[in-house]
Write a protein that binds this ligand. Structure first.
Ligand code: SF4
Length: 322
């Protein structure tokens, strides 16, 4: 396979997404060597809590929580602390890698951040887990408050390419997202930033997104494969091209462009990569258990089984390959 894998060009990256399926095993072997070098055979598991659900002012067309979504979901302004604690305790007891907490919405009042920060502080005291938040655009002062109570990583996805972004959202810009991530990095947060594949974009958009993500040097890159949600503007978007082979090529490319990062296969894993987990783990070293923000997923026990059945090891908290 004649690619400059250490320094892929955009043209080569598109060729990887267009690779004939017969050549996929060869690509996976190459990617597996890179994954093994940086992550061994370990797979980390994250648990996701939805701390604020629905009623977002934004119009992201794939999202069940947007102001244009008719999806039937639970809506609440702040989850009860006990629910956060329950998930935190599960992360602690099962020795999962991280507790990820998502909040719908794009901007928060200082009062809301103070209320959330107080919960995180208590949660850190009672569970000692690593905490990552997905929390829209923060002011620097708000971000520092979350840092002070122990949030060490923030998720902010780019979702697609800069060019395609107006097709999925018009209430904020791509650059707003990049600026937010840069601000968070400047004050010392680890960054989790990824995207969604299957929004109607071209392969070149996937490549552009992955190069934008690479430039941000995130610690974690979650890749979602769209499962259209009834009641959202994208409920009927075509996903027939999301074959397991195509999804694997996207994940390989994410690893090649971010060799040292956690490459996480997030939403869509249980649908598009079912039965192909062994190959998925050749590129991926991180997955969610127990579902996503508004959709269900695989139980923790089943997730662990999928990892071990594929011949990989479930990574215990704080275990490292180095
Ligand atoms: S993705 Fe985030 S910003 Fe966009 S509508 Fe959903 S909750 Fe709001």
């Amino acid at each position: 396979m004649n690619f400059n894998f250490d320094n892929l060009s955009k043209t080569e990256a598109i060729s990887i997404l267009e690779l004939e399926n017969e050549k996929l095993p060869e690509l996976l072997e190459i990617v597996y060597e890179i994954r093994k070098k940086h992550k061994g055979n370990l797979v980390s598991i994250q648990l996701l809590s939805n701390a604020r659900s629905g009623n977002c002012t934004q119009n992201c067309a794939y999202c069940a929580q947007s102001n244009v979504s008719q999806a039937k979901i639970d809506k609440y302004s702040m989850v009860e602390y006990d629910k956060l604690l329950k998930n935190g305790k599960t992360v602690q007891e099962k020795e999962l890698s991280r507790h990820c907490i998502g909040l719908s919405g794009i901007r928060f009042s200082d009062k809301e951040i103070d209320e959330f920060a107080a919960r995180v502080k208590r949660l850190k005291e009672e569970t000692q887990t690593d905490i990552c938040c997905s929390i829209g655009f923060l002011t620097k002062e708000q971000a520092l408050k979350l840092k002070a109570v122990g949030v060490n990583r923030i998720n902010h996805n780019l979702n697609t390419s800069r060019k395609f972004y107006p097709n999925i959202c018009t209430t904020h810009t791509y650059q707003d997202r990049i600026d937010n991530i840069k601000m968070l990095k400047s004050i010392g947060f680890e960054i989790c930033s990824g995207g969604i594949v299957g929004l109607g974009e071209e392969k070149s958009d996937v490549v552009s997104m992955l190069f934008e993500i690479q430039a941000l040097k995130p610690q974690s890159v979650p890749i979602n494969f769209l499962i259209p949600i009834d009641g959202t503007p994208f409920e009927k978007v075509k996903t027939s091209h999301l074959t397991s082979e195509y999804c694997l090529k996207v994940l390989c490319l994410a690893r090649l462009l971010n060799p040292e990062a956690d490459i996480r296969c997030a939403g869509g894993r249980e649908v598009y990569l079912k039965g192909k987990e062994k190959w998925m783990f050749y590129a991926v070293d991180s997955i969610f258990a127990s579902g996503y923000l508004t959709t269900n997923g695989q139980s923790i026990e089943d997730t662990i089984k999928v990892i071990t059945d594929a011949g990989f090891e479930y990574r215990i908290e704080n275990e490292s390959v180095n």
